[in-house]
Design a protein around this ligand. Structure first.
Ligand SMILES: [Zn+2]
Length: 486
């Protein structure tokens, strides 16, 4: 039999060598363990939101087995989305208002969109107390939390009907909080039948039905942009804007570029306020040539062109391209909101809201709070300031000019009611095929001394702002005061 010898480790000469080794191993493991804990804390706090909304995270789908998808409720208590369970146990997502909230609420099958997508986690979790779970059987699903939005269902319905058969969008928000009360986009779809009409919606390239035009539609702003041209002029020519005088003869031509006033109207002798109220293109084209284009560009970027808006809502970036070295033609067309400038309706509403709110832009939001299915508050969203965008004095002057537009200018239809309003119209020209057409814009606010509501309207191919967008906005202001009181 062969003897097997194991090689012996040499005995340490004293106890210290072994202790040192042990200490190194121990500390190494403690160190690695701390890193691991630190990483877990990091994942669960800072990175949690990002990971939760990651499309590869299937945790929410697992939650579908535990929770019934929660409801989405309007600020005035209407059900905008809910899950009902049939007798055979199948769950159906219902949208009682059908097309009216299609884009902002979205859908939760065929992928997800709108608030159904951004609140997926909240709708598929529950904060009902542990006690109420105890009586329940193991395999019974818990109702998920409800999302209560800032939208007013009554006002949304009025805006939806007022926009009528026009393609376009309406946004209405509170200037001092950023709370969105209305968000309409047309053409629309019925989220109740999204499964059946899906194929036709995604293959239709002509009208982009699924696009939320309020946040993702990019339009030439037309004369509504004169709010920012005026601000640029006030800042660049502080000594001159108050004494501005212009004699409008309906058109101006510089280097072969001709700018006309709408319908070739000659506005005659004007100061800056009346040029603004009449929406005089030739006066503003002339102002455009006096502006330093680089400074104008910086002002527009401060006002969030070429940048993201301060919101978590999915949105497109508005575009402003004019720079130093631009031709007179480009300067003139840009000053009147034509040229290459493009803007979303939400962005337009934020610019007017900043004027209405004394120069401070609030972050727009549409989720008010989360509550359990039986109404216990889970968390709520507070209004948040984005930043001061202009001085109080600048806001006061722009507000005065916008008020004049209602008193004696292109939005005079808003002067007939028991609330005071201020605003700016736009008749934005665009080309469809070979023919020139006009989008109808309005942006403005009511009550002028202590503004309650900002409304932005775009009616595609709607003609002049004064004839189409102003009457639509008027219906929303009137409905607002009949709901909330003066
Ligand atoms: Zn004019």
């Amino acid at each position: 039999m062969k003897e097997v010898y194991f090689e012996q480790e040499p005995e340490p000469t004293d106890g210290r060598g072994r202790n040192t080794e042990l200490a190194i191993v121990t500390y190494t493991f403690v160190f690695l363990f701390l890193i691991m804990i630190g990483y877990l804390v990091y994942l669960n706090t800072w990175k949690a939101k990002e990971l939760n909304s990651n499309v590869y995270n299937t945790k929410d789908n697992i939650n579908m087995d535990k929770y019934i998808r929660g409801s989405i409720l309007s600020a005035d208590g209407s059900v905008l989305a809910q899950t009902v369970t049939a007798e055979d146990g199948t769950e159906v997502r219902e949208y009682p208002f059908a097309n009216k909230f299609a884009h902002i609420i979205g859908y939760s099958t065929n992928g997800q969109s709108g608030l159904e997508a951004s609140c997926n986690r909240e709708l598929l979790s529950s904060h009902v107390s542990v006690l109420s779970h105890l009586n329940e059987e193991e395999d019974v699903k818990t109702p998920g939390d409800s999302v209560v939005v800032t939208l007013n269902a009554n006002l949304q319905s009025v805006a939806y009907d007022a926009l009528g058969s026009y393609k376009g969008a309406v946004v209405a928000l509170e200037p001092d909080t950023g709370k969105i009360l209305v968000m309409v986009s047309k053409p629309d779809f019925d989220p109740n039948t999204i499964g059946e009409v899906w194929e036709s919606l995604v293959t239709d390239n002509t009208s982009s039905v699924l696009l939320n035009r309020a946040t993702q539609g990019l339009y030439p702003p037309g004369s509504t942009f004169k709010i920012l041209t005026t601000l640029a002029y006030m800042r660049q020519k502080p000594g001159e804007f108050r004494n501005f005088q212009y004699d409008c003869i309906s058109q101006v031509t510089v280097n072969d570029v001709t700018i006309n006033c709408y319908q070739n109207k000659a506005h005659g002798q004007e100061d800056l306020k009346s040029a603004f109220a009449h929406s005089c293109n030739t006066a503003f084209a002339t102002i455009g040539m006096e502006l330093d284009s680089d400074d104008f560009h910086s002002l527009c970027e401060e006002f969030l062109f070429n940048r993201a808006l301060p919101t978590t809502m999915q949105h497109s970036t508005s575009q402003f391209t004019l720079e130093g070295g631009a031709s007179y033609g480009d300067q003139m067309t840009t000053a009147i909101g034509q040229g290459e400038t493009l803007m979303t309706p939400l962005h337009m509403a934020l610019v007017a809201a900043t004027v209405a709110n004394g120069g401070i832009m609030m972050k727009p939001y549409c989720i008010d709070h989360i509550q359990t299915y039986d109404g216990e508050l889970v968390s709520s969203v507070k209004p948040a300031r984005y930043k001061r965008m202009m001085t109080e004095e600048e806001a006061r002057i722009l507000s005065e000019y916008m008020r004049e537009t209602v008193l004696s200018g292109t939005a005079s239809e808003l002067g007939w009611y028991n609330f005071s309003a201020a605003g700016k119209t736009g008749s934005a020209e665009y080309y469809s095929g070979d023919s020139g057409r006009t989008h109808s814009w309005f942006v403005g606010f009511s009550d002028v001394d202590d503004p309650d509501l900002v409304v932005a309207v775009i009616a595609e191919d709607g003609g002049a702002g004064s004839t189409t967008a102003v009457p639509i906005a008027s219906q929303i202001f009137q409905a607002y005061y009949s709901i909330y009181g003066n």
